[in-house]
Design a protein around this ligand. Structure first.
Ligand SMILES: [Ca+2]
Ligand SMILES: [Ca+2]
Ligand SMILES: [Ca+2]
Length: 116
């Protein structure tokens, strides 16, 4: 698939040993390399996504899904490879909890909880 016709594939699919789709990556912003990858479970349902937002070719934002719904987002805001911002969502995909790691030791220092 090459939607934007730049000669590079826009969607790269990876298949596991049983021939099942395990991961697919796309060039979502036409920078020339895949920056958004989806990871699939045994039922070929997307359960996780990884996005490279600063284009260093390393994922820095992770999305987690349950039954097709977004439940958690982890973000690496200082691009050291470790998440330092965690967000949890309820069944309506409304943000209910946010944790921040202010000193980047991998442990949250601030927790904001919302009712609902
Ligand atoms: Ca990155
Ligand atoms: Ca980080
Ligand atoms: Ca910390």
């Amino acid at each position: 698939m090459d939607d934007n016709a730049d000669g590079k594939p826009d969607l790269i699919e990876h298949y596991g040993a049983q021939g099942k789709l395990v991961k697919s990556c796309e060039d979502s912003d036409n920078k020339g390399w895949p920056d958004l990858c989806w990871i699939y479970d045994d039922h070929e349902e997307a359960v996780q996504a990884e996005q490279d937002t600063n284009h260093d070719q390393k994922p820095d934002t992770w999305f987690y899904y349950r039954a097709g719904q977004l439940v958690r987002v982890e973000q690496d805001t200082n691009f050291d490879g470790k998440p330092d911002l965690w967000e949890e969502y309820n069944n309506d995909e409304i943000l209910v909890k946010r944790e921040k790691d202010l000193d980047f030791d991998g442990k949250p220092d601030v927790t904001e909880q919302k009712e609902g």
